[in-house]
Design a binder for this molecule. Structure first.
Ligand code: LLP
Length: 432
């Protein structure tokens, strides 16, 4: 469910014409429906109504400040993976005690920063990291709240790059080592064990693997209880999938029921006071954003038709990186006959495509195209490859629209560069 609709022949985001936005701000342009984000957050959060829970939005999905601000106002916490995301979450108004810190490679500096502001917990991914957290906390006279990210070894049946719950993945600690890890943590006085965490992957469409992971987590929880740990938080990660093409992802309510049903039992026994933590990213913002791009050229060669657009893999890398499907439509439908074409960007790589052999209503040079499902892992994975500036971003709410970030300028792209003259100037007679 999202608020991108054709009104007559023309695509609108809520009550604002996409064509008008493209004219005003130029292309490529990210356009977000803020109403859709609000709705997604409400529906997701509402699915867990009645149980003690906290929705920690996974900032990596889309780190645009205004969007996080919007979610913060609705009560969201944050799932972060770097100091940058920590500072961003705080700047957007998310209270520190609603922030969970995930990721396999937290540096001592990042750990210190998170400790200083008093985050909710560190999701620890290795014993070495545990020791570093204990050390940093000990030296700053603090107690670090920790939980272990355990790897339940289930196949989430998603793209291999975003599957994280298999035992061969770099994430978390194996289930079989969890008891030892908790025992070690119990020996370290600068740590407070507060929870347990798992995240099996992203773009999950099947509930089976989620259920399986929860059941394994539940079994581990009873063993941990026997150790004498008192876990306040049960973090089940993010990963709920969305519809890009023909997928039929579960509704948040079904997802919530599956989790609750699998965990039932521990709730009634030792953990009535346990708070469930969710880390959704894609399901909140994915279908709330589109990338608007203009057709630069069309060409036909060797029996193939190419539509060259002004957005590239640097703006939205998902098709190039994962071979992922993104729906693409003309912003203004003309009724032209459908043609098969490769929709490609200007970047100097054959991998720079948005669609291959895609059937799309005949396009002409100058037409605008909307690439749907670009709200998550679009701008967050954008780069300056080929010295291309990051696109502008606009937010729409009802009839209102506003710039959320402006297009980068050439000066901004090179502002941190230095030309070390003394090093580069060749001196007479000095051999390298
Ligand atoms: N929590 C943790 C620990 C994660 O690693 C992730 C995503 C999330 C939560 C949020 O997952 P979500 O609800 O958004 O699925 N770039 C890829 C997705 C990478 C996901 C990385 N981790 C893509 O474009 O499909």
């Amino acid at each position: 469910m999202n608020y991108f609709r054709y009104s007559g022949d023309t695509l609108a985001c809520e009550d604002v014409d996409i064509e008008r936005l493209a004219q005003k701000y130029g292309t490529p342009l990210y356009v977000y429906s803020l109403g859709t984000i609000k709705r997604h957050y409400r529906v997701f959060d509402g699915a867990f109504e009645g149980i003690d829970h906290l929705v920690c939005y996974a900032i990596k999905a889309n780190p645009t400040l205004a969007l996080i601000y919007l979610l913060a106002k609705m009560g969201a916490g944050a799932d972060i993976v770097s100091k940058g995301e920590l500072l961003l979450a705080l700047k957007a108004g998310i209270p520190a005690d609603r922030i969970v810190f995930s990721g396999v490679g937290k540096t001592p500096e990042e750990i210190k920063a998170a400790l200083e502001v008093g985050i909710l917990m560190f999701n620890v991914e290795s014993l070495s990291e545990l020791e570093v957290i204990a050390d940093v906390a000990g030296r700053s006279g603090k107690k670090a709240p920790v939980s272990f990210r355990v790897n339940p070894d289930v196949d989430p049946k998603t793209h291999p790059y975003v599957a994280t719950g298999l035992k061969t993945s770099k994430f978390g600690i194996p289930m079989g080592s969890a008891l030892e890890a908790y025992k070690r943590a119990m020996q370290l006085p600068s740590l407070e064990i507060v929870g347990i965490d798992c995240h099996i992957g992203s773009q999950l469409i099947n509930l089976g693997p989620i259920k399986e992971a929860m059941l394994r987590l539940k079994a581990l929880l009873s063993e941990l209880k026997a150790l004498g740990t008192k876990l306040r938080y049960l973090d089940v990660g993010g990963g709920l999938g969305i519809r890009y093409d023909q997928e039929e992802p579960p509704e948040p309510s079904t997802y919530a029921e599956t989790i609750q049903a699998a965990l039932r039992g521990i709730e009634s026994k030792e953990s009535a006071k346990q708070t469930l933590i969710l880390e959704p990213g894609r399901v909140i913002v994915g279908n709330a954003g589109i990338l608007v791009t203009r057709v630069l050229y069309t060409k036909s060669q060797e029996g193939k038709r190419f539509v060259v657009v002004d957005a590239g893999m640097n703006d939205l890398i998902r098709p190039a990186l994962y071979g992922s499907f993104q729906r693409i439509e003309k912003v203004k439908k003309t009724g032209a006959p459908v043609q098969k074409a490769d929709i490609v960007g200007p970047v100097c790589e054959s991998g720079d495509f948005f669609a291959k052999d895609r059937e799309i209503e005949g396009v002409q040079e100058g037409d605008l195209l909307a690439i749907f499902g670009a709200g998550a892992y679009g701008v967050s994975m954008a780069s300056n490859y080929n010295m291309r500036p990051k696109p502008a971003q606009v937010g729409v709410l009802g009839k209102g629209e506003a710039l959320l970030s402006k297009r980068q300028t050439f000066e901004e792209l090179i502002q941190d560069e230095v030309v070390p003259m003394a090093l580069l100037e060749e001196k007479e007679g000095v051999q390298p």
